[in-house]
Design a protein around this ligand. Sequence first.
Ligand SMILES: Cc1cc2nc3c(=O)[nH]c(=O)nc-3n(C[C@H](O)[C@H](O)[C@H](O)COP(=O)(O)OP(=O)(O)OC[C@H]3O[C@@H](n4cnc5c(N)ncnc54)[C@H](O)[C@@H]3O)c2cc1C
Length: 416
Amino acid sequence: MIKKNAQKVAVIGAGIIGICTALQLQRAGYSVTLFDEKGLAQGCSKGNAGHFAIEQVFPLAHPSLFKKLPSMVFNPLGALRVDYRYMLKALPWLWLFIKNMRSVKYRAHTQALKALNDNALGAYEQLLSECDLNDLLIKKGSLLTFETTPLYEIDAMLTSYKAQGIAVRLLNKHQLQTLEPCLSTTINYALLFEDAAHSVDPHLFCLHLAEQFSNIGGAFSQQKITEIKPQQHGFELICQQNIITDKVIIAAGAWSNTLLTPLGYNVPLDTERGYHCMLDVKHSLSRPVASAERNFIMTPMSQGLRIAGTVEFAGLTKKMNNKRALALLPHAGALLATDKEALALNSTWMGCRPSLPDSLPVIGSAPKHEGLYFAFGHQHLGLTQGAITAELVTALCLNKTPKINLQPYCISRFLA
Ligand SMILES: Cc1cc2nc3c(=O)[nH]c(=O)nc-3n(C[C@H](O)[C@H](O)[C@H](O)COP(=O)(O)OP(=O)(O)OC[C@H]3O[C@@H](n4cnc5c(N)ncnc54)[C@H](O)[C@@H]3O)c2cc1C
């Protein structure tokens, strides 16, 4: 039974973060309206790799990346690319990213990511069990494979994962073949992350949660919010027909800055554009399989095999570069034992990851505006961290103590 709270809440952005948050707040008794200019889950949450990657507790800004950055950045089809026309705009972000490689920052950000990821699946299980949707979460673990990396390096990785309390096992070629016979025998080793999970359709996953939200009285409004105007009490949202609301949650993913900047919050949010290809493969893998050397992931989905990855800095408006999506195909061909002709390409897609240079999202209350909350910047882990973010934001709205210390995710870390 949901206890009714007279307060109105507007959640801006109907990606996985906004949908989970809207559902959680509606359950907490608020009268919630979820806004999105493009419809439900049409942004980055539509085509991600569906991996609840709770093992990914290490920030992307790792010192070992420093030496590799220049060669990666200038390879047009490499795993990381900066469009030369976007270079000047990307430079401040990249500079902050490099500064975050310092070991003191790296260690602190690892702890902050771990705190979210440790609670991520529990939060989903809670959210899903309340609407009988637990089978949307497939718990078969995930694999990180190695073709050429020497065993001593893999062992070092294994040790660092274990040191973070992650359930992980090293598999040799034989053990891997037994688990995933479709994988190529060129793979020598793999790490099996036993507690990871996946979704066979991340878009449908969002739609199911949005349906639950509407079943319990939540409203969805397809329109763009162009401005948030603080009032003496609450906020006026500028859109087709302006709306007055008590509280606002900004969950607009990579587009959040358009709403933040006019309110005086300058955040180094950029987008790491990522790509996927859908392949019509009927019998393939049973869990997500990533490649350490090739920097991409393959996830078995209800409509085929999704191969996803790459990072491209080119801003929010430039059209997708299909070549980058297609560049993933040879990698899938190399990792799968399947006949290459059997890997028929069905479709390609590009999504804008909302990314901050310290690999941490912004989750918290606005320091200058009572009733305004932030939930954006989840970079490569938005699907993983959707439910826990919703739980934390809801606790803040209800004036309860969140189960995680929110200091590492507060917006003030970017404010002068
Ligand atoms: C190739 C790829 C693979 C990935 N794989 C994984 C994975 O396996 N696991 C994982 O955890 N994460 C993964 N991610 C990352 C994950 O998809 C994102 O972190 C997540 O989708 C971000 O969700 P979001 O709700 O913040 O943003 P979005 O899903 O982008 O939603 C933001 C929404 O806000 C709306 N919006 C923006 N401005 C306004 C406005 N002014 N008014 C109204 N609406 C507005 C937009 O239309 C959009 O729908 C992947 C990403 C990519 C690109």
